[in-house]
Write a protein that binds this ligand. Structure first.
Ligand SMILES: Cc1cn([C@H]2C[C@H](O)[C@@H](COP(=O)(O)OP(=O)(O)O[C@H]3O[C@@H](C)C(=O)[C@@H](O)[C@H]3O)O2)c(=O)[nH]c1=O
Length: 188
């Protein structure tokens, strides 16, 4: 299993090893031992799945505030996505910066987004399924967002990204400057 830091060191692209044979392949998708060796102690308590029918569907950017901040281990099991994390830890050298990766079943990769980040994605194919484990239960009162195209963050979304697909709440999320909440880095 390969753990590769993104442009933001705490955000990791994980590529499981596929053991191929004449039947196909076998892969460990998640190993608590290997994961914690790179990401530190982590407990996942909920697993989510979404289906997005249209190419260019944008979901996000979302995060939960403390005490229900969530780390997310994201995987695309059908179709493909461009997955994005934005650093909301105000004492981080990469505060306000974003990291992105393409996830797909063909690549077999996952994206680890620790607590303290906003998360969103854009689908690159129709009928795309995204599956992700999270480290805290859904808490609607702590469910917050960041505007997907905040110019101060400057995410370079794929050209297929279609703002018509945004949910009502995601059309009107605050910008980074307007966010009422900030996180801090672990151990700070
Ligand atoms: C996130 C979530 C939503 N819901 C409900 C609330 C609502 O009725 C319905 C759809 O919710 P949303 O519109 O927020 O779904 P969606 O826009 O797909 O939200 C997700 O976006 C991605 C980018 C993330 O990072 C996730 O954490 C989550 O915020 O599902 C739950 O029951 N549990 C959950 O954990």
């Amino acid at each position: 299993m390969l753990f590769l830091p993104s442009t933001i060191p705490a955000v990791l692209e994980i590529t499981p090893k596929r053991h191929g044979d004449e039947r196909g392949y076998f892969a460990e998708i998640f190993s608590q031992r290997d994961f914690e060796a790179h990401a530190g102690p982590t407990v996942f308590v909920q697993e989510n799945e979404s289906l997005s029918a249209r190419v260019g569907t944008i979901r996000g950017l979302h995060f939960q505030t403390d005490p229900h901040a969530q780390g997310k281990l994201v995987r695309c099991t059908a179709g493909a996505i461009f997955d994005v994390a934005v650093d909301l830890r105000s004492d981080s050298p990469t505060y306000g910066q974003w990291a992105g990766v393409e996830l797909s079943p063909a690549k077999g990769n996952l994206f680890w987004i620790p607590p303290g980040f906003a998360h969103g994605f854009c689908t690159l194919e129709p009928d795309t399924v995204v599956n992700y484990k999270v480290t805290s239960h859904y808490a609607p009162e702590c469910d917050k967002g960041l505007l997907w195209n905040d110019p101060s963050v400057g995410i370079i979304w794929p050209s297929v990204a279609d703002p018509d697909t945004l949910s009502a709440k995601d059309r009107v999320q605050p910008t980074l400057a307007e966010l009422p909440v900030h996180f801090t880095m672990p151990n700070s």
